[in-house]
Design a protein around this ligand. Structure first.
Ligand SMILES: *Cc1c(COP(=O)(O)O)cnc(C)c1O
Length: 394
């Protein structure tokens, strides 16, 4: 048990779920922690600090310029607002009243995701109206063309495991169609490792979370065209003020970007591979439990271990096994986004020393408890989902 958890009366968590906002995102890398600690008792010309961060972002992404925001969600709102209002200070002050501005934002139906909140709501927060192109299961270029009007301010394109993965217009075609109409393209790549590819494929602005794979403090990054980045920055005189980032977020993400460039990819991959092998070993030979290494769905260089549960043989379900792991002390939280399909994943990207071993031991224990229990456990999935969606007490 850590000091901080003991002091606050909270249960420690072993995160085998990934970079989850609900769990505090990620382990902040030492360089970012040191930078935050140094910055907290200092003053800065915040404009100058943000411009220094712009250079760091430009170096990391190949973009002309960059802006640190309080989160990716905020980065999305400010990017859409930038595409609408540009550097018109009066318009910036009027938002989210978009009278007289281009205010439609084209989004593929398969990209209308919920990352904890609906992305369409982030578009609306800026004062824009989402215009959905295509259907949930497919989209074509002509549907994007048809959705663009003289009132279109931007196209928003999402790269995420949440998106529909089949029969979708890709970024190069989406960008080509938008650009032919003079419409800038904003890419939400909050959880993607690739800092350069989306700009290379035609994004005018691309958004990353500072607190996900980068291991920075809570923050967002907007990278891209200098005029649009500046317009996003100017939003701090308007709606951006409600989500402004502090000096700690800015210096922290600058340090995290530098640390990211210098990281030892091979050593990280090897450590992650050892965790996966340990967990696969714990599951091996257990009746009704099948473990398989699965690649990241959007191509991030990260593998996870899928634990598939056959309730008839394992005498428990994937969701009951995940719940048992989460209910333990320490709480082991697995990745359960597709649990209705009878499997969960274990993600090795956010482990402290010793966490992988504890997670393996807890997995083994809970599999054995289920196997030897007098009655099999089989909770009703619909009820489990209803319970989960119900907001907790305050
Ligand atoms: C996590 C995520 C967000 C939100 O990121 P924050 O930085 O936590 O606001 C937005 N879009 C996608 C695709 C995400 O994965």
């Amino acid at each position: 048990m850590t000091d901080i958890h003991a002091r606050l009366g909270l249960r420690p968590i072993i995160n085998v779920s990934g970079t989850m906002t609900d769990l505090g995102a990620s382990i902040v890398v030492p360089a970012a922690r040191a930078a935050v600690a140094q910055a907290l008792d200092q003053f800065f010309d915040m404009g100058a600090l943000l411009r220094a961060a712009s250079s760091v972002i430009a170096r990391a992404t190949g973009a002309e310029a960059g802006l640190v925001t309080s989160s990716s969600a905020s980065g999305l709102v400010l990017s859409v607002a930038a595409a609408m209002a540009g550097d018109d200070l009066a318009a910036i002050e009027r938002l989210p009243d978009a009278t007289g501005l281009r205010s439609e934002v084209v989004l593929l139906a398969g990209h209308a995701i919920n990352f904890g909140a609906p992305i369409t709501q982030m578009i609306r927060l800026a004062g824009a109206t989402p215009v959905i192109a295509g259907q949930a299961t497919s989209s074509s270029g002509w549907q994007v063309e048809g959705a663009i009007t003289p009132r279109t301010a931007a196209g928003v394109f999402v790269v995420s495991h949440h998106c529909t993965r089949t029969e979708q217009v890709g970024l190069p075609l989406f960008a080509e169609i938008c650009h032919a109409a003079g419409v800038p393209v904003i890419v939400d790549a909050a959880s993607e490792y690739d800092l350069r590819g989306f700009l290379a494929q035609g994004a005018d602005l691309v958004i990353y979370s500072g607190h996900k794979f980068l291991g920075g403090p809570t923050s967002g990054i907007v990278a891209g065209r200098r005029d649009l980045v500046r317009a996003a920055w100017l939003q701090n005189r308007g709606i951006g003020r409600a989500t402004k980032v502090g000096k700690e977020g800015i210096v922290g993400v600058m340090a995290a970007l530098d640390a990211w460039a210098a990281r030892d990819v091979a050593a990280i991959r090897a450590a992650e591979g050892r965790a996966l092998a340990l967990w696969a070993g714990a599951a091996a030979g257990k009746p009704g439990i099948a473990a398989a290494i699965v690649p990241d769905p959007t191509g991030n260089p990260l593998d996870r271990l899928e634990i598939r549960v056959d309730p008839a043989l394992a005498r428990t379900t994937a969701w009951d096994l995940a719940a048992a792991l989460a209910a333990g002390d320490p709480s082991v939280v697995v990745r359960d986004m597709e649990i209705e399909h009878g499997a969960f994943e274990m993600d090795p990207c956010n482990l402290h020393a010793g966490d992988a071993e504890i997670a393996a031991r807890r997995l083994l224990e809970e599999i054995d408890i289920a196997r030897t229990a007098p009655v099999p456990v089989h909770s009703d999935l619909a009820q489990v989902r209803r319970d989960r969606e119900r907001p907790g007490p305050w």
